[in-house]
Write a protein that binds this ligand. Structure first.
Ligand code: C2E
Ligand code: MG
Ligand code: MG
Ligand code: MG
Length: 283
């Protein structure tokens, strides 16, 4: 562990706790410069239609290309950014970056798909998200249908009244919102009725339980059925194999996302995927 952390690590106290803490501190310190040094970037993971297999959208997943550590995952630095207040700047960067990219793909004549951006709970609580988004969309002359948002249950539960108002404004702007990681929180589907959501993403933990025996997975099919009752589009996250895909398709799941269909990929690679889509539709 200490070796991994590199030469900046002090080893004279308990390595278990201290290296993690010191590592966090060093990382946090670097995070302040990450935006200025342009070390943040977006990867794009395709979402495909369960029936046709066509790419129907993408999720933008942030990465930090650290000058010494290489690619740092969002699991490691989003939490730090929430603690030190950088999350608002990073959140705005994420939306601006994706809008700029969509504009570039449009200008290149590509057949673009809607791209979803993840919103942190703290960012949602602190920012006027609809207002910020409206400004950025206008800056790039982008149709609002090309940007979607992914929010979590805990975010909606933390301040339901305000969340419902914000989602209402987003709906009026024609920006679609999906509920991310569904099933990991405590809310029931009927509780979600009060929010104008477009889609629900079944958490990977349910999808990964689907195997040949298929016993514990009834939950996934129940979620799909109830979500459809609420007129929500259902997206399965973390689909890694054909057994999972077939099971979910048989139970009416609308869209798939996961390594089986495509890893999160660098912007150039996703651009090539879009270019191929265009050729396909012209032929
Ligand atoms: P998420 O929004 O639930 O994103 C899905 C995560 O599952 C991504 O991890 C993705 O790479 C991973 N994944 C996709 N397909 C598979 C699969 O088939 N198998 C497995 N094992 N994993 C799969 P990633 O990119 O590390 O992102 C982790 C989390 O970080 C995201 O979870 C999201 O909550 C957060 N995040 C990512 N980008 C942003 C961002 O721009 N802003 C904010 N606030 N949070 C972000
Ligand atoms: Mg997400
Ligand atoms: Mg998710
Ligand atoms: Mg997740």
């Amino acid at each position: 562990r200490a070796k991994e952390e590199g030469r900046n690590t002090f080893c004279f106290f308990s390595p278990e706790i201290s290296t993690a803490t010191l590592g966090d501190l060093l990382l946090e310190n670097d995070l302040f410069g990450a935006l200025d040094r342009q070390e943040l970037l977006m990867y794009y993971q395709p979402k495909v239609d369960a029936g046709s297999g066509e790419v129907v959208g993408a999720e933008a997943l942030i990465r930090w290309q650290h000058h010494e550590r290489g690619l740092v995952s969002p699991e490691q630095f989003i939490r730090l950014a929430e603690e030190n207040g950088l999350i608002n700047a990073i959140g705005e960067w994420a939306i601006r970056n994706v809008c700029a990219q969509q504009r570039a793909w449009l200008d290149a004549g590509l057949l673009v798909v809607p791209v979803a951006v993840n919103i942190s709970a703290l960012q949602f609580a602190q920012q006027d998200l609809p207002n910020m988004l409206a400004h950025v969309l206008a800056d790039y002359g982008l149709p609002p249908q090309l940007i979607e948002l992914e929010l979590t249950e805990s975010l909606l539960m933390r301040n339901s009244a305000r969340a419902a108002l914000v989602l209402d404004r987003l709906r009026k702007m024609h920006v679609q919102v999906a509920l991310d990681d569904f099933g990991t929180g405590y809310s029931s589907l009927s509780y979600l009725r009060q929010f104008p959501l477009h889609a629900l993403k079944i958490d990977r933990s349910f999808v990964s339980q689907i195997d040949e025996n298929g016993e514990p997975v009834r939950l996934a099919s129940a979620i799909i059925a109830m979500a459809h009752e609420l007129d929500l589009v259902v997206i399965a996250e973390g689909v890694e194999n054909e057994v999972q895909a077939n099971y979910l398709a048989a139970h009416g799941c609308d869209h798939f996302q996961g390594y089986f269909y495509g890893r999160p990929q660098a912007v150039e690679d996703f651009g090539k995927l879009l270019a191929g889509r265009r050729l396909g539709s012209v032929a």
